[in-house]
Write a protein that binds this ligand. Structure first.
Ligand code: GLY
Length: 291
Protein backbone atom coordinates (compact mmCIF):
# COMPACT_ATOMS: atom_id res chain seq x y z
CA UNK A 1 0.00 0.00 0.00
CA UNK A 2 1.40 3.39 -0.95
CA UNK A 3 1.31 6.33 1.48
CA UNK A 4 -1.20 8.02 -0.84
CA UNK A 5 -3.47 4.98 -0.70
CA UNK A 6 -3.19 4.87 3.10
CA UNK A 7 -4.14 8.54 3.36
CA UNK A 8 -7.04 8.07 0.96
CA UNK A 9 -8.36 5.06 2.89
CA UNK A 10 -8.13 7.02 6.11
CA UNK A 11 -10.00 9.98 4.57
CA UNK A 12 -12.66 7.62 3.22
CA UNK A 13 -13.19 6.14 6.69
CA UNK A 14 -13.54 9.62 8.18
CA UNK A 15 -16.17 10.57 5.57
CA UNK A 16 -18.15 7.38 6.11
CA UNK A 17 -18.03 7.62 9.88
CA UNK A 18 -19.14 11.27 9.86
CA UNK A 19 -22.34 10.22 8.09
CA UNK A 20 -22.99 7.49 10.66
CA UNK A 21 -22.20 9.81 13.55
CA UNK A 22 -24.82 12.27 12.29
CA UNK A 23 -27.38 9.48 12.24
CA UNK A 24 -27.19 8.87 8.49
CA UNK A 25 -27.98 5.53 6.86
CA UNK A 26 -25.33 2.85 6.52
CA UNK A 27 -25.90 2.62 2.75
CA UNK A 28 -25.05 6.31 2.28
CA UNK A 29 -21.94 5.91 4.45
CA UNK A 30 -20.90 2.98 2.26
CA UNK A 31 -21.59 4.94 -0.94
CA UNK A 32 -19.64 8.01 0.17
CA UNK A 33 -16.71 5.96 1.47
CA UNK A 34 -16.45 4.08 -1.81
CA UNK A 35 -17.02 7.30 -3.77
CA UNK A 36 -13.86 8.86 -2.40
CA UNK A 37 -11.85 5.78 -3.35
CA UNK A 38 -13.38 5.80 -6.86
CA UNK A 39 -12.41 9.40 -7.49
CA UNK A 40 -8.89 9.05 -6.12
CA UNK A 41 -7.52 7.14 -9.10
CA UNK A 42 -5.43 5.17 -6.59
CA UNK A 43 -7.46 1.96 -6.70
CA UNK A 44 -8.98 -0.24 -9.35
CA UNK A 45 -12.34 1.53 -9.43
CA UNK A 46 -13.76 4.69 -10.97
CA UNK A 47 -10.89 6.94 -12.07
CA UNK A 48 -8.34 4.14 -11.60
CA UNK A 49 -10.35 1.30 -13.15
CA UNK A 50 -8.59 -1.39 -15.18
CA UNK A 51 -9.17 -1.65 -18.89
CA UNK A 52 -10.46 -4.71 -20.66
CA UNK A 53 -8.38 -6.14 -23.49
CA UNK A 54 -10.02 -3.86 -26.06
CA UNK A 55 -8.77 -0.85 -24.07
CA UNK A 56 -12.16 0.08 -22.61
CA UNK A 57 -12.88 0.55 -18.88
CA UNK A 58 -16.07 -1.34 -18.02
CA UNK A 59 -16.88 -1.08 -14.33
CA UNK A 60 -19.07 -3.02 -11.93
CA UNK A 61 -20.55 -1.99 -8.57
CA UNK A 62 -23.26 -2.93 -6.12
CA UNK A 63 -24.76 -1.84 -2.84
CA UNK A 64 -27.15 -3.54 -0.41
CA UNK A 65 -28.83 -2.57 2.84
CA UNK A 66 -29.89 -5.04 5.48
CA UNK A 67 -33.17 -3.67 6.85
CA UNK A 68 -35.34 -4.37 3.80
CA UNK A 69 -32.81 -6.37 1.73
CA UNK A 70 -32.83 -3.62 -0.90
CA UNK A 71 -30.01 -3.86 -3.43
CA UNK A 72 -28.81 -2.16 -6.59
CA UNK A 73 -26.05 -3.03 -9.02
CA UNK A 74 -24.40 -1.92 -12.23
CA UNK A 75 -22.35 -4.08 -14.59
CA UNK A 76 -20.09 -3.04 -17.48
CA UNK A 77 -20.80 0.66 -17.07
CA UNK A 78 -18.53 3.02 -19.05
CA UNK A 79 -17.26 6.55 -18.56
CA UNK A 80 -18.87 7.16 -15.14
CA UNK A 81 -16.75 8.26 -12.17
CA UNK A 82 -19.02 6.81 -9.49
CA UNK A 83 -20.51 3.44 -10.44
CA UNK A 84 -21.40 2.99 -6.75
CA UNK A 85 -23.81 5.94 -7.00
CA UNK A 86 -25.35 4.45 -10.12
CA UNK A 87 -25.85 1.22 -8.14
CA UNK A 88 -27.48 3.15 -5.29
CA UNK A 89 -29.81 4.82 -7.78
CA UNK A 90 -30.80 1.43 -9.21
CA UNK A 91 -31.63 0.41 -5.63
CA UNK A 92 -33.61 3.55 -4.81
CA UNK A 93 -35.12 4.76 -8.07
CA UNK A 94 -36.08 1.53 -9.83
CA UNK A 95 -37.73 -1.78 -8.99
CA UNK A 96 -34.76 -3.65 -10.47
CA UNK A 97 -31.54 -4.91 -8.92
CA UNK A 98 -29.04 -4.96 -11.79
CA UNK A 99 -28.57 -2.87 -14.93
CA UNK A 100 -25.84 -3.79 -17.42
CA UNK A 101 -23.92 -2.47 -20.39
CA UNK A 102 -24.71 0.65 -22.45
CA UNK A 103 -28.23 1.01 -20.95
CA UNK A 104 -26.62 1.14 -17.51
CA UNK A 105 -24.36 3.93 -18.74
CA UNK A 106 -27.41 5.73 -20.19
CA UNK A 107 -29.17 5.34 -16.83
CA UNK A 108 -26.24 7.00 -15.03
CA UNK A 109 -26.12 9.76 -17.65
CA UNK A 110 -29.85 10.38 -17.22
CA UNK A 111 -29.15 11.06 -13.53
CA UNK A 112 -26.26 13.32 -14.61
CA UNK A 113 -23.63 11.35 -12.74
CA UNK A 114 -20.15 12.78 -13.11
CA UNK A 115 -18.16 11.38 -16.04
CA UNK A 116 -14.64 10.05 -15.78
CA UNK A 117 -12.07 12.78 -16.26
CA UNK A 118 -11.16 13.94 -19.76
CA UNK A 119 -7.64 12.60 -19.36
CA UNK A 120 -8.95 9.10 -18.83
CA UNK A 121 -11.39 9.43 -21.69
CA UNK A 122 -8.68 10.62 -24.06
CA UNK A 123 -6.36 7.80 -23.11
CA UNK A 124 -9.21 5.40 -23.69
CA UNK A 125 -10.09 6.82 -27.10
CA UNK A 126 -6.45 6.61 -28.17
CA UNK A 127 -7.09 2.85 -28.37
CA UNK A 128 -4.63 0.00 -28.68
CA UNK A 129 -4.54 -3.22 -30.58
CA UNK A 130 -4.73 -5.97 -27.98
CA UNK A 131 -3.31 -8.42 -30.48
CA UNK A 132 -0.22 -6.35 -31.19
CA UNK A 133 3.15 -7.76 -30.28
CA UNK A 134 3.93 -4.62 -28.26
CA UNK A 135 0.98 -5.23 -25.95
CA UNK A 136 1.79 -8.93 -25.61
CA UNK A 137 5.40 -8.10 -24.74
CA UNK A 138 4.29 -5.46 -22.25
CA UNK A 139 1.97 -7.91 -20.54
CA UNK A 140 4.73 -10.52 -20.41
CA UNK A 141 7.13 -7.97 -18.93
CA UNK A 142 4.54 -6.94 -16.35
CA UNK A 143 3.97 -10.56 -15.31
CA UNK A 144 7.73 -11.05 -14.91
CA UNK A 145 8.02 -7.87 -12.82
CA UNK A 146 5.14 -8.94 -10.62
CA UNK A 147 6.77 -12.33 -10.11
CA UNK A 148 10.18 -10.85 -9.33
CA UNK A 149 8.67 -8.46 -6.79
CA UNK A 150 6.72 -11.33 -5.23
CA UNK A 151 3.56 -9.34 -5.68
CA UNK A 152 0.26 -11.04 -6.37
CA UNK A 153 -1.22 -10.46 -9.76
CA UNK A 154 -4.62 -10.19 -8.09
CA UNK A 155 -3.53 -7.24 -5.94
CA UNK A 156 -5.87 -5.24 -8.09
CA UNK A 157 -7.64 -3.12 -5.58
CA UNK A 158 -11.39 -3.49 -5.96
CA UNK A 159 -12.84 -1.09 -3.39
CA UNK A 160 -15.52 -1.93 -0.88
CA UNK A 161 -17.05 -0.95 2.42
CA UNK A 162 -19.38 -2.23 5.13
CA UNK A 163 -21.12 -0.11 7.76
CA UNK A 164 -23.53 -0.26 10.69
CA UNK A 165 -25.72 2.75 11.43
CA UNK A 166 -27.40 4.01 14.59
CA UNK A 167 -30.69 2.41 13.58
CA UNK A 168 -28.94 -0.98 13.61
CA UNK A 169 -28.96 -1.38 9.83
CA UNK A 170 -25.94 -2.86 8.08
CA UNK A 171 -24.92 -2.14 4.48
CA UNK A 172 -22.25 -3.32 2.10
CA UNK A 173 -20.94 -2.13 -1.25
CA UNK A 174 -18.20 -2.74 -3.79
CA UNK A 175 -16.90 -1.04 -6.92
CA UNK A 176 -14.32 -2.33 -9.36
CA UNK A 177 -12.66 -2.13 -12.73
CA UNK A 178 -12.36 -5.94 -12.76
CA UNK A 179 -9.14 -7.95 -13.03
CA UNK A 180 -6.08 -8.02 -15.29
CA UNK A 181 -6.33 -9.31 -18.85
CA UNK A 182 -10.13 -9.45 -19.10
CA UNK A 183 -12.03 -10.27 -22.24
CA UNK A 184 -14.34 -7.42 -23.27
CA UNK A 185 -17.67 -7.95 -21.56
CA UNK A 186 -16.27 -9.89 -18.61
CA UNK A 187 -18.27 -9.22 -15.42
CA UNK A 188 -16.92 -10.12 -11.98
CA UNK A 189 -18.44 -10.76 -8.58
CA UNK A 190 -18.85 -7.14 -7.51
CA UNK A 191 -22.26 -6.46 -9.14
CA UNK A 192 -23.64 -9.90 -8.26
CA UNK A 193 -25.63 -9.73 -5.04
CA UNK A 194 -24.64 -12.62 -2.79
CA UNK A 195 -21.27 -13.01 -4.51
CA UNK A 196 -19.35 -9.75 -4.07
CA UNK A 197 -21.74 -8.08 -1.64
CA UNK A 198 -24.48 -9.03 0.80
CA UNK A 199 -26.21 -7.32 3.73
CA UNK A 200 -28.97 -8.52 6.05
CA UNK A 201 -29.71 -7.16 9.51
CA UNK A 202 -30.41 -10.72 10.60
CA UNK A 203 -26.90 -11.92 9.74
CA UNK A 204 -24.45 -9.16 8.77
CA UNK A 205 -22.74 -7.38 5.90
CA UNK A 206 -19.94 -8.61 3.65
CA UNK A 207 -17.93 -6.99 0.86
CA UNK A 208 -15.46 -9.05 -1.16
CA UNK A 209 -12.32 -8.26 -3.11
CA UNK A 210 -10.22 -10.65 -5.16
CA UNK A 211 -10.61 -12.76 -8.27
CA UNK A 212 -14.29 -12.64 -9.06
CA UNK A 213 -14.59 -15.95 -10.86
CA UNK A 214 -13.86 -17.91 -7.66
CA UNK A 215 -15.98 -15.60 -5.52
CA UNK A 216 -18.94 -16.15 -7.86
CA UNK A 217 -18.61 -19.93 -7.92
CA UNK A 218 -18.84 -20.15 -4.13
CA UNK A 219 -21.30 -17.24 -3.67
CA UNK A 220 -18.94 -15.99 -1.00
CA UNK A 221 -20.67 -12.95 0.49
CA UNK A 222 -23.97 -14.77 1.12
CA UNK A 223 -22.11 -17.86 2.30
CA UNK A 224 -20.31 -15.77 4.90
CA UNK A 225 -23.57 -14.13 5.99
CA UNK A 226 -25.15 -17.56 6.36
CA UNK A 227 -22.30 -18.53 8.72
CA UNK A 228 -22.87 -15.35 10.72
CA UNK A 229 -26.57 -16.24 10.96
CA UNK A 230 -25.71 -19.58 12.52
CA UNK A 231 -23.68 -17.83 15.24
CA UNK A 232 -20.17 -17.73 13.80
CA UNK A 233 -18.19 -14.60 14.61
CA UNK A 234 -17.06 -12.44 11.66
CA UNK A 235 -13.51 -13.75 12.11
CA UNK A 236 -14.60 -17.39 12.09
CA UNK A 237 -17.04 -16.92 9.19
CA UNK A 238 -14.40 -15.19 7.07
CA UNK A 239 -11.68 -17.71 7.93
CA UNK A 240 -13.85 -20.76 7.24
CA UNK A 241 -15.23 -19.52 3.94
CA UNK A 242 -11.90 -18.21 2.63
CA UNK A 243 -10.34 -21.58 3.49
CA UNK A 244 -13.10 -23.24 1.51
CA UNK A 245 -12.35 -20.96 -1.43
CA UNK A 246 -8.71 -22.01 -1.41
CA UNK A 247 -9.24 -25.72 -0.76
CA UNK A 248 -12.10 -26.24 -3.22
CA UNK A 249 -11.09 -24.07 -6.16
CA UNK A 250 -7.73 -22.45 -5.32
CA UNK A 251 -9.44 -19.06 -5.27
CA UNK A 252 -7.96 -15.78 -4.10
CA UNK A 253 -9.94 -13.16 -2.17
CA UNK A 254 -10.29 -10.89 0.81
CA UNK A 255 -13.36 -9.98 2.85
CA UNK A 256 -14.80 -7.20 4.99
CA UNK A 257 -17.24 -8.85 7.40
CA UNK A 258 -19.50 -7.03 9.87
CA UNK A 259 -22.09 -8.43 12.24
CA UNK A 260 -25.16 -6.45 13.34
CA UNK A 261 -23.71 -6.15 16.86
CA UNK A 262 -20.68 -4.28 15.50
CA UNK A 263 -18.07 -7.04 15.55
CA UNK A 264 -16.06 -7.13 12.35
CA UNK A 265 -13.21 -8.90 10.59
CA UNK A 266 -10.91 -8.07 7.71
CA UNK A 267 -9.32 -11.24 6.34
CA UNK A 268 -7.66 -12.29 3.11
CA UNK A 269 -5.95 -15.22 1.48
CA UNK A 270 -3.92 -12.89 -0.72
CA UNK A 271 -0.53 -11.63 0.53
CA UNK A 272 -1.86 -8.08 0.80
CA UNK A 273 -5.15 -6.30 1.30
CA UNK A 274 -5.18 -2.55 1.83
CA UNK A 275 -8.04 -1.86 4.22
CA UNK A 276 -9.01 -0.09 7.40
CA UNK A 277 -11.64 0.52 10.00
CA UNK A 278 -12.81 3.23 12.35
CA UNK A 279 -15.30 3.44 15.18
CA UNK A 280 -14.72 7.14 15.82
CA UNK A 281 -12.17 6.60 18.58
CA UNK A 282 -8.62 7.79 17.99
CA UNK A 283 -7.71 7.88 14.31
CA UNK A 284 -8.68 5.47 11.51
CA UNK A 285 -6.68 2.24 11.43
CA UNK A 286 -5.31 1.42 7.98
CA UNK A 287 -3.04 -1.48 7.09
CA UNK A 288 -1.84 -3.44 4.07
CA UNK A 289 -2.10 -6.85 5.67
CA UNK A 290 -4.44 -8.55 8.12
CA UNK A 291 -3.87 -11.94 9.77
N1 GLY B 1 -13.49 -8.76 -7.50
C1 GLY B 1 -13.54 -7.98 -8.64
C2 GLY B 1 -13.61 -8.70 -9.88
O1 GLY B 1 -13.23 -9.86 -9.95
O2 GLY B 1 -14.06 -8.15 -10.86
Amino acid sequence: MTPAQATCLSDALVIGYAILEQGGPAAIAVECTIGLLEQSGLFNAGEGANRQLDGVQRMDASIMEGAHLKAGAIASIEGILHPITAARLVMEATNHVLLAGPPATAFAQYYKLEPLSKGRALRRSAGRSPASMAVAQTMELYRAMVKSQRMEKDQHGTVGAVALDRAGTVAAGASTGGVDSMLPGRVGDSPLIGCGVYADNQSGAVSMTGIGEGIIRLVLAKTMCDRLATGASPTVAARQVLRLLVSRIKGSAGALVLSPDGRFAIRHVTPYMAAGWWNGIGSPKVRGQFS
